[in-house]
Design a protein around this ligand. Structure first.
Ligand code: UD1
Ligand code: CA
Length: 456
């Protein structure tokens, strides 16, 4: 075990969320709050983590899976009692425990690392991270002596009027030296307004034992925002969104309208790409340089190359290479690969298909389970008839084929390279290379029929 471990408190119910889901599993910026905390702990240098679970323990444990140990707090008797449950997991550990809460999704790993370094440099047995809040209501207040040393923490419900006026609050984040921490936890009592074992009391006890206790004020009071309600969650969401967009803009991405742009932290975007309004980018989406994305684009787990222009479009679990133009009203579905210089769109759906270099699918077309070569032109209203009500079949179209408008290609079927397909055909048989495939009723003209009809 390294010198620094994280103990993350995530056993509480989160009553004020009024949810079936445990609070720490609610998502902010597309990621569970607890996952944000785990990631921040990792970034701060905590290779080992102990997550305290209790309410809906199995669900929370499933999320933690493989990212750290868990310790069960069967009954939630307070934050001090919660940390005690890490005793077994940290048996024999000598070093610093960084205590974090699972409901603070805006934590920043770099800031936590600085906090740990300040704690280490001070040689204190315990250091609390504090913040100055204009409205400190609800938080524990930091009690300092005349010299500015931290004497202890008093909870809102236990505070005197004078103490309630203190604006320096307890963020709930601490560095505590082990094994001393567990020795002091063992002496906690629960005679306070909430009848709980308060972790906060550890500081006063350490002071009384003559140990050094420190307090570091964070500049970033947003970072320590604890989420207790859906309303607070929406505030955190807005802060996170702004941070993500700021970072992207700093890295050379143009965001036309941050207020209508929703990008998850996991998304990567190259330089000089422009994001137009009403755009959602989610999951493992990666976008290259010099693209124009949106207006009205949603991509989930999509890989996009350079210099693409994609507007009024929804794509998920697919890949778009370079110099592609798509939209408006295009749906790119899973297992689709769109190669370089393809043009797609208006009103086109592509599913589980490969579309080769420079191919055009310009209007009102459905391509499903197909392998289309390069330089193919699909006319307006073409349909690959891929489903026979029992099975899906593939359509193969060779390079440079020209498929006339309103063609049905009934799969399984192969149209070889350099072919023409007559407009309005329903193609059920393979078409050999260099052939014309045509399958439609012949036209008959009846001379004078219309005139006679009008005059009858
Ligand atoms: C706590 C602090 C308070 C601080 C605030 C910061 C105490 C006594 N008070 O108050 O000084 O200002 O956090 O947000 O520590 N939890 C458990 N098991 C329990 C109780 C809580 O795992 O038995 C977890 C909760 O799930 C939550 C975290 O600990 O993630 C904090 O608990 P919460 O009840 O929200 O504490 P606060 O009253 O906000
Ligand atoms: Ca809280």
């Amino acid at each position: 075990m390294s010198e620094l471990v994280a103990v993350i408190l995530a056993a509480g119910k989160g009553t004020r969320m009024r949810s079936k889901l445990p609070k720490v599993l609610h998502k902010v910026g597309g990621k569970a709050m607890l996952q944000h905390v785990i990631d921040a702990a990792t970034a701060a240098g905590c290779d080992d983590k102990v997550v305290i679970i209790g309410h809906e323990a199995e669900l929370v444990e499933k999320m933690v899976a493989g990212q750290g140990k868990t310790a069960l707090q069967a009954e939630q008797l307070g934050t001090g009692h919660a940390v005690m449950q890490a005793k077994e997991a940290l048996a024999g550990f000598s070093g610093t425990a960084m205590i974090l809460c699972g409901d603070t999704p805006l934590l920043d790993g770099e800031e936590l690392k600085k906090f740990y370094e300040a704690h280490k440099a001070s040689g204190a047995a315990a250091t609390v991270l504090t913040a100055i809040m204009d409205n400190p209501f609800g938080y524990g207040r930091i009690i300092r002596d005349a010299e500015g040393n931290v004497k202890g923490i008093v909870e809102q419900k236990d505070a005197t009027e004078e103490q309630k006026a203190i604006k320096e609050i307890n963020t709930g984040i601490y560095c505590l030296e082990c094994p001393l921490m567990f020795d002091v936890l063992a002496t906690l009592t629960c005679n306070n307004a909430q009848g709980e074992y308060y972790l906060t009391d550890v500081l006063e006890k350490l002071n009384n034992a003559g140990k050094k206790v420190g307090g570091v004020i964070t500049e970033d009071s947003d970072m320590v925002m604890g989420i207790n309600s859906r309303k607070q969650m929406s505030v955190a969401e807005a802060v996170m969104r702004e941070r993500i967009l700021d970072k992207l803009m700093d890295s050379g991405v143009t965001i036309m309208d941050p207020a209508s742009t929703f990008i998850e932290a996991s998304v990567k975007i190259g330089r000089d790409t422009i994001i137009y309004p009403y755009t959602w980018l989610e999951g493992n989406t990666v976008i290259g340089e010099d693209c124009e994305i949106g207006p009205n684009a949603r991509f989930t787990d999509v890989e996009i190359g350079n210099n693409c222009n994609l507007h009024f479009i929804y794509g998920h679990e697919c890949k778009v290479m370079d110099d592609v133009t798509a939209g408006p009203y295009v749906h790119l579905r899973p297992n689709t690969v769109i190669y370089n210089k393809v043009k797609i769109g208006n009103f086109v759906e592509v599913k589980n298909s490969n579309v080769g270099v420079g191919t055009k699918l310009p209007h009102l077309t459905y391509i499903g389970d197909s392998d289309i070569g390069s330089g193919v032109n699909m006319g307006c209203g073409c349909v690959t008839v891929n489903y026979d009500s029992k099975k899906k079949h593939r359509t193969v179209i060779g390079d440079n084929a020209f498929v006339g408008c309103n063609t049905n290609l009934v799969a399984p079927v192969t149209v070889e390279a350099n072919t023409y397909i007559g407009a309005g055909s329903t193609i059920t048989k393979d078409v050999p290379e260099d052939a014309l495939g045509i399958a439609r009723a012949r036209q008959k003209n009846i001379e004078g029929w219309a005139k006679k009809y009008r005059e009858s």
